[in-house]
Design a protein around this ligand. Sequence first.
Ligand code: GLN
Length: 541
Amino acid sequence: MSPRKTFYIFVTGGVCSGLGKGITAASIGSLLKASKMSVFSIKFDPYLNVDPGTMNPYQHGEVFVLDDGTETDLDLGHYERFLDVRLSRYSSVTTGQIYQRVIAQERAGRFLGKTIQIIPHITNAIKQSIQDVVEKYKPDVLIMEIGGTVGDIEGEPYLETARQMKNELPNQVLLVHVALLPFLKTSRELKTKPVQGSVRELQRAGIHPDIIIARADEKIKKEHLEKLSLFCGVPVESVIPVETFNSIYEVPVNLEKFNITKQIFSTFNLPYRRPAINPWRELIKKIHDGGTKIRIAVVGKYTEHGDAYLSVVEALKSAACANSVKLMLEWVDAEKLETNDEREWLKLKQADGILVPGGFGARGIEGKIQAVKFARENLIPYFGLCLGMQIATIEYARNKALLKNANSTEFQPDTKTAVIHIMPDQEKKLLEQDYGATMRLGNWACKLQSNTRSAAAYGKSVIQERHRHRYEFNNQYREALEKAGLKIAGSSPDGRLVEIVEIPDHPWFVGVQFHPEFTSRPLQAHPLFRGFIAAAKQNKK
Ligand code: GLN
């Protein structure tokens, strides 16, 4: 019997970036998954950074963390949410990594003095990264997104790899091109010419798209699709419009309206299996139906709004759907709380639930501490994520355990009351300036205490959650804080690392040292987010 084949889908972008190419690619994957195919994904980032985790989040949105501790960008988050898979470092490939690999091989004398070139050495290294995934995960379908826009100089080796694979593996490789139809206000029409141009650019690289996804904010008419079909040489049924929707989760259902899975199965010469898309339909219905409005205040730094907290927002939305309520997000600027800005305080006062997400650095910390105090004293459901858990600990120490000057050494390095600190063995590494090594990254086990909100939410006693932080709860203060009423609801199995703090005599007050937002799914909200929103629903003003 021949070994099971993997089918490959490359997704490229045309005209400009920010089209939702990743969402389209992930949506195609979700449909194939709904057709009972196993799906895995790779995002190729054509930039030269070796480690995307060290890139500025304001430029690239949040840093998304995988089970194995890989720090990637928010696209991988879309893939995990749409595909409901757990990706790994194999899913995030940058040109920097590819070059590093090839140069290391050259240094090791592997090329025997030959000239090293983009073709075949770099393209072979790209293929190797694809092969690594196939060997390790054996997916039926591997979706590969080529970052950037067709025509970018950095993207060429990836297009060349796609071209070679299409030749080498007939009926096993499919190319999807996602491109923008710009709208001209003066003539009030969508223009197809830029898409034609980007398809021509693909052809220059020797490849021809099998499917074109036409993106626009406005209504795309049949005549646009026909025009694109004629000029780009793609059958009209394979030119699929995707207009901008209220919710990204409408994309899979919309793609399927145009029979995308049928076309994919037919290109791969596979017997057709219709995808079971009802769960996505039901989700959209819930999103549209809404329900009671629940206000959640997210307290952060002014500059961090938007994509910096994408996974937190997605997790809140899913939890709202699971609770049949409509989420009203309020961004509260922590620094403005410090200066008693009335508008910011009003947002906090009107909130049905308060959340402090992860963060780094001292700015806005005192404002966040005030927000936690407000939630604790006024019995408003509170959810602290990573930094939000550390802030909750500091607030409790200061105001309930009489440790007036409690702080974290992150914000006040010379504090005498460091309830949050770097553990001594970690500190040594930090002094040696090995910053990367001092982060606690990826999945760590946590044992839950019975009779806690967390245990009730998870319904099990040991969990695995993703981490990304340097500082920890200081065990020296554990007894004092517990005596004052703070419950250690979860810790590492050896008891050394505090993972969850709760306040038992409060409607819902949970701080977690990890990032539950990364593993929440649209069709399956994370249990803690679900619990938080349920409590906020009960607290509705
Ligand atoms: N700055 C804190 C730390 O490094 C929290 C990090 C976070 O919220 N991800 O421990």
